[in-house]
Design a binder for this molecule. Structure first.
Ligand code: 13P
Length: 254
């Protein structure tokens, strides 16, 4: 698989002026590469702003989707609404949603279904806590998070799946997983997919997230089963984010 995916997760940051400047800076500093896909996930109120301002090679993503279609769900945003705003990707199961908003595998399964029904590609986040890691439970935990979605879906629904491995202890801490330890989990994920279907294993991009920056990106991206990154903090700096995107682009050219 030669395609790389560089995803900006702006989380709950930005305003119209900041966002506009960020998009302009990314545009100025990025070397467009067809094999390296750039996905920008702003906060919900700014989807339309980014969709209007962004150049066509930047693809719009959202950070959340409701597991329900429509109705009395105050504060929620449906798949239909996201599709209406030309959203092409959605982050599902981020550890911040799992931990702070009690989203369990059942809720995440529902959100996954709504993404597929609305032709929005799901980026499914998985990742262990430091306690899981120290107890030797990393693989089992990640297996259960992936299985929750895979076992309840037909293969056809899994065609557009992207998985993001984000060890919770590496998010926003500056403590990146070493390329080797990330690769160990990525290759485990690939093997887990292989148990379901060989095409699924071959075609599913597996991204790494957790303190990715322009200093550590190249080594991570050179790992066999790392197909890009889901980037929080560093995605709020246009020059830094572009550098990471350009590193991915250069590697897809090799
Ligand atoms: P950081 O890049 O800030 O560690 O955040 C990672 C993340 O949670 C992306 O979804």
């Amino acid at each position: 698989m030669n395609n790389m995916y560089i995803v900006a997760n702006w989380k709950m940051n930005g305003d119209q002026i900041f966002n506009s400047h960020l998009i302009t800076t990314i545009e100025k500093n990025s070397v467009i590469n067809d094999a390296s896909h750039m996905i920008i996930c702003p906060s919900m109120p700014y989807l339309q702003q980014i969709n209007t301002q962004k150049p066509s090679y930047m693809i719009l993503g959202a950070q959340n989707i409701s597991q329900y279609d429509t109705g009395a769900y105050t504060g929620e945003v449906s798949g239909k609404m996201l599709a209406d705003l030309k959203t092409k990707y959605v982050i599902i199961g981020h550890s911040e949603r799992r931990e702070l908003y009690n989203e369990d595998n059942n809720v995440i399964r529902g959100k996954f279904s709504k993404a597929i029904e609305n032709n929005i590609k799901p980026i499914l986040c998985v990742g262990e806590t430091i306690e899981h890691r120290n107890n030797g439970e990393t693989f089992d935990y990640i297996h259960s998070q992936i299985d929750a979605v895979i076992s309840s879906n037909k293969l056809d629904n899994l065609k557009e799946l992207i998985i993001a491995y984000e060890p919770i202890w590496a998010i926003g801490t500056g403590q990146t997983a070493t390329p080797e330890s990330a690769e160990e989990v990525h290759s485990y994920i690939r093997n887990t997919l292989l148990n379901t279907d060989s095409n699924l294993a071959e075609n599913t991009p597996i991204l790494y997230g957790g303190s990715v920056n322009s200093d550590n990106a190249e080594k991570l991206f050179k790992m066999e089963n790392i197909n890009g990154a889901l980037i929080g903090g560093a995605s709020l700096n246009g020059e830094e984010f572009s550098k990471i995107y350009n590193i991915a682009g250069e590697l897809t050219n090799e």
